[in-house]
Design a protein around this ligand. Structure first.
Ligand code: MN
Length: 357
């Protein structure tokens, strides 16, 4: 277990990463017109990536995650992907309405068990629309958050589009939390803790309507990895749904290689495509201090890199969310820079042949 240590000032000391393969800039690839059709990416294929920024904190209880898309761009996410030979189309940020409301005191007209509900619904609808557009153009949606409520919109869109093409979407939810609360079980009223629950068909009706007539995901389409802070009500749903969920102690016992292989194998049985919902709080705060909700005892950089490379090798990754980056709680943007390094483990095309699957 990675135990975060603190120095005398009470800040986190950052241990060394360990070894990560360095993806060198790619040699020139022929890029003309190559598009994602019904087949997910093959290892090392140059893609057209559609970047969607979602500067929202409306589903969370702390300010700062709304600056995540900017922090990831400052960490050169689009440029680093271009250096890999990908074509990157950054359509900018969606416009998030804030209505000047304080995060800590929800508007009186709104339900305190579903804070900022109207804003979240509106934002998710926009995310859903942009994600659908991106996929219909044959591009790989890369959604930059923002708090994790935005995944209701992104995953709903990807699931719908994959289904339309005759496939079935599986989701890897890399997170310290289960995000499976409902308005009745939530201790905080924060909708970023309800997104996976909604996608599985449980939640308030306007949030559910974003997922279309059918629920977006069945329990067998989901693998949760990195759990260590789960509310009582969520634990009950995880059990009842029979969700594949790997908690930190089990990951430490089995090793990440075995866990991610089992997770992908399970999804592969029914799912043609895989979406990664990457919550940066899955990482231990020793490495990723700049997140919305820090939970100690999390994944190491090497463990998350193993997840990314296994997804790369699976050839089924079709879309990704990067959420809960909070540069206000970070040090020198190191969490965003790390996020970029890790995303390249999944989407890097040129590694000198060392990782060729
Ligand atoms: Mn989350």
């Amino acid at each position: 277990m990675n135990v975060a240590r603190r120095d005398t000032l009470g800040t986190f000391l950052r241990p060394p990463y360990g070894w990560l393969p360095r993806f060198a800039p790619s040699p020139p690839f022929p890029l003309g017109g190559r598009a994602l059709t019904s087949v997910p990416i093959a290892t090392g294929t140059p893609l057209t990536l559609g970047v969607i920024g979602v500067p929202t904190d409306r589903g969370a209880s702390h300010h700062g995650v709304e600056l995540g898309p900017a922090a990831l761009r400052v960490a050169r996410l689009p440029d680093r992907l271009r250096e890999q030979g990908h074509r990157v189309l950054d359509g900018g940020d969606i416009v998030v309405r804030t209505r000047g409301a304080s995060l800590r005191s929800p508007l009186r007209s709104e339900d305190p068990r579903l804070r900022n509900h109207d804003d979240v619904v509106r934002t998710c609808a926009l995310v859903r629309q942009r994600t659908l557009q991106t996929m219909r153009r044959g591009h790989f949606p890369l959604i930059l958050g923002g708090d994790h409520s935005l995944s209701i919109g992104s995953v709903a869109a990807v699931a719908q589009e994959v289904r339309r093409r005759g496939g079935r979407l599986g989701v890897i939810w890399l997170d310290a939390h289960a995000d499976m609360n409902t308005a009745t079980t939530t201790p905080s009223g924060n909708i970023h803790g309800m997104s996976l629950g909604c996608l599985l068909g449980r939640g308030e009706s306007r949030l559910l309507s974003l997922c279309g007539r059918d629920r977006s995901l069945a329990p067998c389409d989901v693998a949760l990895i990195g759990l260590r802070s789960v509310d009582e009500g969520e634990a009950v749903w995880i059990r009842q749904d029979g969700l594949a969920a790997w908690w930190m102690p089990e990951i430490e016992r089995l090793g990440m290689a075995q866990v991610i292989d089992a997770a992908i194998e399970r999804l592969r049985r029914r799912c043609t495509h895989i979406h990664l919902s990457f919550d940066l709080d899955s990482l231990d705060p020793a490495w990723a201090a700049g997140v919305g909700t820090r939970v100690e005892g999390g994944l190491s950089v090497v463990q998350v890199a193993a997840v990314m490379r296994a997804l790369r090798a699976s050839g089924r990754l079709c879309s990704m969310d990067i959420v809960e980056v909070n540069p206000l709680r970070d040090r020198e943007n190191s969490t965003s820079e790390l996020a970029v390094d890790l995303v390249l483990q999944a989407l890097g095309t040129w590694d000198g042949g060392r990782l060729a699957a």
